[in-house]
Design a protein around this ligand. Structure first.
Ligand code: 5GP
Length: 212
């Protein structure tokens, strides 16, 4: 018996540079049931980013309009820019039985806990060391020295929040970390609260006992 299931909201959080984007890409690329939540942001587009794929890049007035119109499931100010999750895609995918991967910060995660805790499983990713974190930020070479310093300061704040997540991983090795997140997702998919038609299945089993 295969039950139809509601999708999982899988939140991956970490300081920038801890490897979250590489983990997300690996998970997303290998499993058609996983969709990415595309956030709205007011930050400038990096050269390798595509509007509508990595983010919806919008100016501040447009962002504020979306927020006032209730189109955002959560929003936060990170590194002096606004970031938010549009509401529509999320409900659509969950109902269709697809999982959604969120790359959002702790402020956004806390807002989602208030609205959708039953649908969520959350993972916090730590870098193996600060030397490694700094090296990853520098390798990316997309940001100025000032921006990297700001991201490191923000990493410190972000790390205070590891205790608010269901799982914590130290990302020493990409493949190993991807494997662990897959295990977490596999278990989350099996949660009783996600299985549709379970009540009637059990009732039917009981009826078969009552009327042999
Ligand atoms: P970046 O500028 O490097 O793409 O992202 C910076 C930070 O913003 C990351 O920590 C990322 O998790 C967070 N972020 C990206 N999208 C969202 C969002 O929709 N909501 C919230 N709350 N944070 C986000």
């Amino acid at each position: 018996m295969e039950f139809k299931r509601r999708g999982v909201m899988l939140v991956l959080a970490s300081p920038s540079g801890a490897g979250k984007s590489s983990i997300s890409r690996a998970l997303f690329g290998a499993d058609p049931q996983i969709k990415l939540s595309v956030s709205v942001t007011t930050r400038a587009r990096r050269t390798d980013e595509v509007d509508g794929k990595h983010y919806y890049f919008r100016d501040v007035p447009t962002f504020e309009h979306m927020r006032e119109a209730g189109e955002l499931l959560e929003w936060a100010r990170v590194h002096d820019n606004f970031y938010a999750t549009p509401r529509a895609q999320v409900e659509e995918e969950l109902t269709a039985g697809n999982d959604i991967l969120f790359d959002i910060d702790f402020q956004g995660t806390l807002q989602l806990y208030e609205k959708c805790r039953e649908d969520m499983v959350t993972v916090f990713i730590l870098p193996p060391s600060i030397v490694e974190l700094r090296a990853r930020l520098e390798r990316r070479a997309q940001d100025s020295k000032g921006t990297i310093d700001k991201r490191l300061k923000n990493a410190r704040i972000e790390m205070d929040h590891y205790g608010e997540y269901d799982y914590v991983l130290v990302n020493r090795d990409l493949e190993e970390s991807v494997g662990k997140v897959r295990t977490i997702l596999a278990a989350a998919r099996l949660r009783r609260s996600r299985l549709q038609g379970l009540d009637s299945f059990v009732k039917d089993l009981q009826v078969q006992i009552d009327m042999p």
